[in-house]
Design a binder for this molecule. Structure first.
Ligand code: PGA
Length: 258
């Protein structure tokens, strides 16, 4: 099963978000093998999006969460509030949060802990900056991010941990990682989760993110190591996002007929 997650970031009015949700719903009509589709609008549009997504095959996700269910945390969104508006997933530790808002590994760990204790499924983002890759230290960097986010955590039975590998240099740059680079890192992530947390099969999914568009999505999705895509810019354009969803449907249909 593949995942396609749309991260709309700090874009779109409520009215525009509703129109895009409608567009995505239209674009999956006729697809027999649907991937898990998760749309992550801005917090301001979650409630309206939820109304349209109830009883559909599309789930709602938040762009950040916690780190508590509720409380005195000005500017944050509590886990209970996200459950209340129908969120099923939460992106955590996105590089924009880590870099622009100085979210520490410890804060990401706290958010993850709160999400793991809730009904939400976490989408934990990891990714190395360009200079780390240039120095050949990307594996160690990603493993450290994972280790710190997961320190002391227990992944409850029945819960899936989604990790999105998003190299910082690939996000919004128009230059995605090569599928082989993504696959190599996905392998490292998967092995770590298997050996440290006994997570395998349906309980873990590793996604790629960073300059995915309608044209390059297929070359990532056709790889069994790549469980899906976290899409930023291209998820705002229905034509591109529709192509990405079509690619996922095509790959899943082909897998079924093997
Ligand atoms: P992008 O963003 O697809 O625009 O590169 C991906 C992300 O930040 O999740």
């Amino acid at each position: 099963m593949k995942y396609i997650v749309g991260n709309w970031k700090m874009n779109l009015s409520v009215r525009e978000s509703v129109a895009l949700v409608r567009g995505v719903l239209r674009s999956i009509q006729g697809c027999e093998q649907l991937p898990h589709i998760v749309l992550c609008p801005s917090a301001t549009a979650l409630s309206e999006a939820h109304k349209l997504l109830t009883r559909t095959h599309i789930a709602l996700g938040a762009q950040n969460a916690g780190p508590d269910r509720a409380g005195a945390m000005t500017g944050e969104i509590g886990i209970a509030q996200l459950e209340d508006v129908g969120c099923k997933y939460a992106i955590l530790g996105h590089s924009e949060r880590r870099l622009k808002f100085a979210e520490s590994d410890e804060l990401v760990r706290e958010r993850l802990s709160a999400v793991l204790a809730s009904d939400l499924t976490p989408i934990l983002c990891v990714g190395e900056p360009a200079e780390v890759r240039a120095a050949g230290k990307e594996e160690a960097y990603i493993l450290k991010q994972l280790k710190l986010a997961l320190a002391g955590q227990k992944i409850p039975k029945g819960k899936t941990l989604i990790v999105a590998y998003e190299p910082v240099w690939a996000i919004g740059s128009g230059s995605p990682a090569a599928p082989a680079q993504a696959m190599a890192m996905h392998h490292v992530i998967r092995e770590y989760l298997k050996s440290e947390f006994k997570l395998s099969g349906e309980r873990v999914a590793v996604l790629y993110g960073g300059s995915v568009d309608g044209k390059n999505a297929y070359q990532f999705l056709r790889e069994p190591e790549i469980d899906g895509l976290l899409v930023g810019g291209a998820s705002l354009k229905i034509e591109a996002f529709g192509q990405i969803l079509d690619s996922a449907c095509e790959v899943m249909q082909a897998q079924l007929s093997v």
